[in-house]
Structure formats: structure tokens, C-alpha cells
Design a protein around this ligand. Structure first.
Ligand code: DGL
Length: 271
């Protein structure tokens, strides 16, 4: 059986790339719902519906374990999928989110004041604040929505003055409030980490989620032998999108580099 990786578009590739580096032996299926990206300005009900459709597709493709490589989906749909959908339809499968790994990483780093930049839906869910406070009440958490960033990144704009201008507008209030760490709380933003670091300067630790998620998954699979033993380990990868174009395929190749070989193709699906 496979590991499924779901995102609304390209952002999940930042997680997927790290999974491929750290856990290359598994069979993976990546699904990007790029026909409906961005999710970040939508209501929790719609985000749940779209995410459930993506998860259903991956479950039908024999995914034993699915990573919601999207904070918007993790903060607005994960709990309902775990508590309402899976127990009824696929009780022996697992769906995991990506908020906790970076929250734990930042809380363990001794931070005093952390900034979160994320989509509106993630900010409004309050999940990051809640989870950080659960670990340490004393940590101050400041949130900032960055709604213009996902459309830019989906267009392949990951550096340059336009992007930096927008990023500066979003990050300046956090930097002025003297944050010592910044969580890029949207998987898309992992693609603009360098641009973010340029603006925050060396005094702020910028955390993108890929690496922490991959090491937590490695530990999870070591703990859950009953899941690990069901997973095929032939290093096979399949890619699905809800809107195919050659240009999009070139962007995937750009972000994944050698992990996306000539033999790989994006296949289009309707959810
Ligand atoms: N990649 C998604 C996240 O991590 C957001 C992109 C979107 O708005 O669809 O929040």
C-alpha cells in the first residue's frame, strides 16, 4: 500500500521533497488540487469538503496513510476526517496533519515570542496558538495572514522584488514586535523561505515544515509497526493534479529537481 500526500496545489511539494529525501523507500502518491487552489480564503465547511474529496481519491488508490501536506486542510478539516469520516468508511487507514511537528519544534527551541504567517483560514482556526499554548503558556504568539502569497507561488514567483514587497508588508509587523522565531505556517511558504529570511534578518529563526514533518513521520512509522508493515517499499511515485498543463508540470519539476525524473508525469483527475 501507498503513502498519500495531499495539498491544494504546489505547497505540499515542500513536504513531499523532504519525505523523499528521508524516507525514499516507500511508494507515494501526490495529489494537488490545483484546479481549486487557493483554499486559504474559503470557509471551514468548503475546505472540509474539498479535502475529504482529495482524501477519498487517495484512499481509493490504496493509501494506507495520508499526510495532509497543507496547513489550511490540517487546521480546518483534519479533525473531522479523523473523527467522523475515517471511522465509518476506512477504520484501518490513517490521516495525519502537519501542524504539531512544527509547533513542537518551535516550543522545544526555547522561543519566547513566535510569529506565525499563514492563510486566513489557518489564522482564523486559531490552531497554532492553541497548540503552542498547550505546550507552554508563556510563549507569546503573533499571527499574520498572507493571502497574496499563494497565488504568487502557484505562478512560480518565488523570489524577486514583487514577492519581497508583499512579504515585507506581511512580515514587518512581526519583526517590529521582536519575534525570535517565525513559523511559515503554510506549506507553500516553504518555497519562499530564503526571501522570508532576507526580511526577518539573522536574529529570527525561520521554520519551514518539510524537515520537521519528515523526521516526525520517520519516528511515527518506527513506533507503528502495524502500519509500516502494510506499506510497499518499492520507491514508486505517482503524481495527480486536478488541472494539468505542461507549465505546471515544469514547475513541479523545478521544485522537486531530480526527484521528479523524466519517467514521471502529472496525471489529471476529477475529484
Ligand atoms: N498549502 C496550503 C497551506 O499550507 C495553502 C494553500 C491554499 O491556500 O490553498 O495552508
Amino acid at each position: 500500500m501507498n503513502i498519500g500526500v495531499f495539498d491544494s496545489g504546489l505547497g505540499g511539494l515542500t513536504i513531499f521533497k523532504e519525505l523523499l529525501k528521508k524516507l525514499p523507500q516507500y511508494n507515494y502518491i501526490y495529489l494537488g488540487d490545483n484546479a481549486r487552489v487557493p483554499y486559504g480564503g474559503r470557509s471551514p465547511a468548503v475546505i472540509y469538503e474539498f479535502t475529504k474529496q482529495g482524501v477519498e481519491f487517495l484512499l481509493k488508490k490504496n493509501c494506507q496513510l495520508i499526510i495532509l501536506a497543507c496547513n489550511t486542510a490540517s487546521t480546518n478539516a483534519l479533525r473531522r476526517i479523523q473523527q467522523e469520516y475515517l471511522p465509518v468508511h476506512y477504520p484501518d487507514r490513517r490521516v495525519l496533519g502537519i501542524v504539531l511537528p512544527s509547533v513542537e519544534a518551535v516550543a522545544e527551541s526555547g522561543t519566547r515570542r513566535v510569529g506565525i504567517i499563514a492563510t486566513w483560514a489557518t489564522v482564523n482556526s486559531g490552531s497554532f496558538v492553541r497548540e503552542i499554548k498547550k505546550i507552554n503558556q508563556e510563549i507569546e504568539v503573533l499571527q499574520q495572514a498572507g493571502p497574496l502569497l499563494v497565488p504568487f507561488i502557484e505562478e512560480g514567483e518565488i523570489s524577486g522584488q514583487f514577492l519581497e514587497g508583499i512579504l515585507r508588508r506581511y512580515l514587518t509587523p512581526l519583526v517590529d514586535a521582536n519575534i525570535d522565531s517565525l513559523i511559515l505556517g503554510c506549506t507553500h511558504y516553504g518555497l519562499i523561505k530564503e526571501a522570508a529570511e532576507k526580511i526577518t534578518g539573522p536574529g529570527v529563526r525561520v521554520i519551514s515544515e518539510g524537515e520537521v514533518v519528515a523526521s516526525k513521520l520517520k519516528k511515527y512509522l518506527a513506533r507503528h509497526h502495524e502500519i509500516d508493515k502494510k506499506l510497499s517499499k518499492k520507491g514508486k511515485r505517482q503524481y495527480f493534479v486536478t488541472d494539468y498543463s505542461q507549465r505546471y508540470q515544469d514547475l513541479v519539476k523545478l521544485f522537486l529537481g531530480n526527484h521528479f525524473s523524466n519517467g514521471h508525469k502529472l496525471k489529471m483527475v476529477a475529484l
